[in-house]
Design a protein. Sequence first.
Length: 372
Amino acid sequence: MTSPLDSTALNAAIGAVHRAGMPGLFAEVRDGDEVWRGAAGVADVATGRPVTADMRHRVGSVTKTFTAAAVLLEVEAGRIGLDTPIGQYLPKLVPGERGDAITVRMLINHTSGLAEYLPYAYPSLKAYPALADTGPQSLDDHRFTRFDPTALIEMGVNAPAVGVPGGAPGVYSNTNYLLLVQLLEQVTGTACEQHITRNVIERAGLRDTGFPATPHVDGPHSQLYEAWFGMIDPPRDYSVFDMSWVGPSASLISTVADLNRFYRRLLAGEIVSPSSLAQMRRTVPVVSQEGKVIDYGLGLHPMEGPGQGTFWGHGGTVWGGGTLAMTRADGKRQLAVAVNMQRWNRLGSNGTPQPHPIDDALAILYRVAMYG
């Protein structure tokens, strides 16, 4: 299994990511009762304010594990059927034959065939892999836009389908999770943010995790620098941003310590039941937003290390920020890392992102953190 925590190697690895070009990053790695927390670089490139390991951070689609857990708790209570068509709950949002064919499970594991709404909400941004004609103007145009979630869902539902319901591989789409938010609100009669807070965040005992009430991040935090594939040079701070563009499917704010606590308790069967956890770990092939085929369960995906066991967790990005949280299946070894710049790879002549030293440095950090 993994070696004990090597603080010297971890400090060197996190420092190397900063030296490769990341303005700032911070992480927590756990091995049983051993804990290492580290940070490298700056939270503000203008002032030189350093990042610290206890900062709050927008964790993006890591939120999806919380949303999936909330849905599965309602499945356990008998208020939602995992294999019930979404049209039985939300016929106006997913009407007709598609509503009859797409199940709740297909929304959670991204096999619904529903398209991503983001290219329609942000007209100057296009999805992978056709990036050559994109530009960052929409980010500035919509910094304070208050999106209507049902309008975003309509964009995704009305867009050309990316697959047939239940087909393989699925295609990762935020439209799926906005529908799950609407489902939770319908069956519980409670705003999704409040429901997830009460039933998942508080159940996990998280003290520094919550949904934003304003475009700002409360508490100590880093600026978030978006490079948009070299088109924003120097990278621009988007830490102040109205998160209604993803809502409770990807807007959570947390800390690396809270994320490790959450995944440790989830994989121990302390958030959802063991049978629900088994459902979460049933994977299907899904095309990620980067165009890669990954294994994806119900709000969880695995990472394998040769001879080291399977790690489960989720990654997430927002404009300018990124997060990865992974926990070994036995709950002993954990990594949560946050970075304060996104889309650092410039585009090649074919319009696809090119390798960058940050990629290799992060891979080494992940390897040292998870496998020793």
